[in-house]
Design a protein around this ligand. Structure first.
Ligand code: HPA
Ligand code: ZN
Length: 345
């Protein structure tokens, strides 16, 4: 694509209109307070907050753990397959409005089996929404199951066992929850098993944890993508590895801001990562909790870092290159991206 400069005042419109893939969002983190209250009522689950507003007001975090505690409380309202379907449809409708044309959705079953639900209830509800996404929302969607890293590897094996009958509904395996003290190598055996089973592999690493966790996600777990990965910038040899091997980072700027990884968006390193040749992408992580869906992440970060249209093109293109879609779908989306950019010249 031949780049001419698009004026700064048209960048927000460009960011909104460009087609993109979202590769890092936890479906449980898309539950808006209104939906938490509606589901709590229909499932007769009492909530610790008297109103939607008081719940939203509680969304002030000082680190990953303070967020995970409240996020976990929100998941208690999910009881039926229909709840998982409805939650996913709400996200897909919102993603479509942001011109997301493909989403790879994180979910976990361990939270829900811990509440007495079956893995089947969870996966079937989510998968039905993904299956209907092309007709309902004009986009594709697939599912990535994240193991919870604060639990044991043995529990991750049990989780993997439970989803084996649902194997065809899940494209990949990831690793989420409390990072510090739970390095990737804790899950080396279960990731090796997932690999043998043909799952695509990703892991959260280098969000709060050190660059060494990114090395072990790559070399021990053998993941293809790193979720977050922003701590890579502290390690020049790692930066070179990520750039050379074109290992994508699924960066979530508003999440990093809300969880105090960076004090302000102007201090975020997205622009550095991109300019160092890293295959970085922009994503929303837990949009109901962090103050915005994917386009909000794009527009606020571009404004804070003074990024321009070449960065926008690269980020959208990276999202397709980093995704697990087949090459014909990828080529089609990149051609569409080129058409949208051409319409701005
Ligand atoms: N990091 C780790 N675990 C998570 C996150 C995150 O940003 N969001 C939901 N689970
Ligand atoms: Zn995440």
């Amino acid at each position: 694509m031949n780049h001419k400069t698009i004026p700064a005042e048209r960048i927000p419109e460009l960011l909104r209109r460009m087609p993109k893939a979202e590769l890092h969002m936890h479906i449980e983190g898309s539950l808006e307070p209104e939906l938490i209250f509606a589901m709590g009522q229909r499932n007769r689950v009492p909530l610790a907050y008297p109103s939607v507003e008081s719940l939203r007001d509680a969304y002030v975090f000082d680190n990953l753990q303070s967020f995970l505690d409240i996020y976990h409380a929100g998941t208690t309202v999910l009881k039926t397959e229909q709840d998982f379907f409805d939650m996913s449809c709400a996200y897909l409708a919102r993603a479509q409005a942001d011109n997301v044309v493909h989403a790879e959705i994180f979910f976990d079953t361990q939270t829900h089996t811990g509440h007495g639900l079956s893995a089947e209830t969870v996966v079937n509800g989510l998968y039905r929404a993904c299956e209907e996404a092309p007709q309902r929302y004009g986009m594709t969607a697939s599912l990535i199951l994240c193991f919870l890293r604060h639990l044991s590897e043995e529990e991750a094996f049990e989780c993997l066992e439970q989803v084996l009958p649902l194997r065809d509904k899940i494209v990949g395996i990831g690793l989420a929850s409390s990072e510090m003290g739970h390095p990737p190598e804790k899950f080396s055996k279960v990731f090796a098993r997932a690999r043998e089973l043909g799952f695509r592999l990703v892991a959260h690493a280098g969000e709060e944890g050190p660059a060494s966790y990114i090395w072990s996600a790559l070399d021990v777990l053998k993941v293809e993508r790193i979720d977050h990965g922003v701590q890579a910038l502290t390690d020049p040899a790692l930066m070179q590895r990520l750039a050379q091997d074109r290992i994508p980072l699924t960066v979530c700027p508003l999440s990093n801001l809300k969880l105090c990884v960076y004090p302000t968006l102007a201090q975020h390193n997205l622009r550095h990562l991109l300019e160092a040749g890293i295959v970085a992408t922009v994503n929303s992580d837990d949009p109901a909790y962090f103050g915005g869906y994917i386009n909000e992440n794009f527009t606020q970060t571009f404004a804070a870092l003074g990024m321009h249209s070449q960065h926008a093109y690269q980020l959208a293109r990276n999202s397709f290159e980093a995704s697990f879609i087949d090459t014909s779908a990828r080529d089609k989306h990149i051609a569409h991206l080129d058409t949208v950019f051409a319409s701005f010249y």
